[in-house]
Write a protein that binds this ligand. Structure first.
Ligand code: SF4
Length: 335
């Protein structure tokens, strides 16, 4: 099963409650970046570029928990930077579990042992390892020889300790589809339960020509989706159709707001026009109507899951036909 029954039920309840209350803009996933420090220097990452410009102090544990309480998002993705470098990570995970949140803890896997060796698995906690290709590709993208071996070691350690493990893979211009099939076959054998594939984010601060344009995503993802039948890809079928270029979807940047050491990032995970000091300011002062494809030139090629997947989920949970499709898709797992 791609999504646990608990998470599916929590999301269904979340969308039904919001509809009944008439809440138009409620975040589904909080993107929480307690630190921008990292032990790698990956090709497509803008957070390390931010961190090297302004060495900001990490968020405090209290700031992180307050962000979860304020946003009320049922899911929290802890990302960064490398979250495993965050001093109070275990306390943060425990605090979020106490708040009944579903947690996706992202990591590059280099120091996975520091977490999995002395933290207990929990049904609402998933570890998500970033892997961008087989050894040569992954090591080149991370800028660190040996990082592929480390991430594989980390995945093995996590599954051995009983953690639910997902991986997260970015599609770049140069991504080789046959290589991804080889990679996902290996990850499936290692017990990875969910494979998240999404187009790499085109950050303005990353000048290299490595990001796919919308039309290129549709071609590449379409081919890949056909080759990956039988693999536990994660995401909604509606979002996957969108990636394949079948139909349009509105972006809902408030669906996955980002809180990091600079504040609440506006408007979205990908582009930054300003930061706000509080969640309520972010929601009230961001001119949401000004963003999205066709409204802001920077959004032209964006298909990022944090902007569009919440819209896909809302569509799915508000339509019985789509919900049935989603349930079948979820239960079919890797078949
Ligand atoms: S389309 Fe993408 S870049 Fe534009 S606001 Fe939405 S998520 Fe951000």
């Amino acid at each position: 099963m791609r999504f646990s029954p608990g998470l599916s039920a929590a999301l269904a309840l979340f969308f039904i409650k919001n509809r009944l209350r008439g809440c138009m803009r409620s975040p589904v996933v909080l993107m929480l970046e307690p630190t921008h420090r990292c032990n790698l220097s990956c090709a497509g990452c803008d957070r390390i570029r931010l961190d090297s410009k302004a060495r900001l102090p990490d968020l405090t544990l209290m700031e992180c928990l307050e962000a979860a309480i304020e946003s009320k998002a049922p899911v929290v993705t802890i990302t960064g930077g490398e979250p495993l470098l965050y001093r109070d990570l275990k306390e943060l995970v425990s605090g979020l579990l106490d708040l009944k949140r579903y947690i996706y803890l992202c990591t590059n896997g280099l120091i996975a042992g520091s977490f999995v060796d002395d933290y207990l698995p929990h049904p609402r906690l998933t570890l998500s390892f970033h892997v961008d290709g087989m050894e040569e590709t992954h090591d080149r993208l991370t800028g660190r020889p040996g990082s592929f071996k480390k991430v594989i070691e980390g995945i093995k350690g996590a599954t051995k300790h009983g953690f639910r493990v997902w991986t997260n893979t970015s599609l770049y211009k140069w991504t080789d589809e046959a290589e991804l099939v080889e990679l996902f076959s290996l990850l499936k054998k290692l017990g990875v339960e969910g494979l998240l594939v999404s187009p790499a984010f085109g950050y303005a601060s990353v000048l290299d020509d490595i990001f796919l344009r919308k039309e290129e995503v549709a071609l590449k993802f379409g081919r890949l989706r056909r080759r990956l039948r039988g693999f536990p890809l994660t995401g909604t079928p509606i979002y996957f159709d969108f990636l394949e270029g079948k139909g349009n979807m509105a972006c809902v940047p408030w669906g996955s707001p980002t809180r990091n050491p600079l504040g609440w990032k506006s408007p979205c995970y990908l582009i930054t026009d300003r930061y706000y000091g509080s969640f309520s300011e972010l929601m009230e002062k961001t001119p949401w109507e000004a963003y999205g494809p066709g409204r802001d030139g920077r959004c032209r090629d964006c298909m990022v899951h944090s902007g569009f997947e919440p819209a896909a989920m809302e569509k799915c949970f508000s339509n019985p036909g789509e919900m049935a499709k989603m349930m079948w898709w979820n239960m079919s797992g890797g078949r």
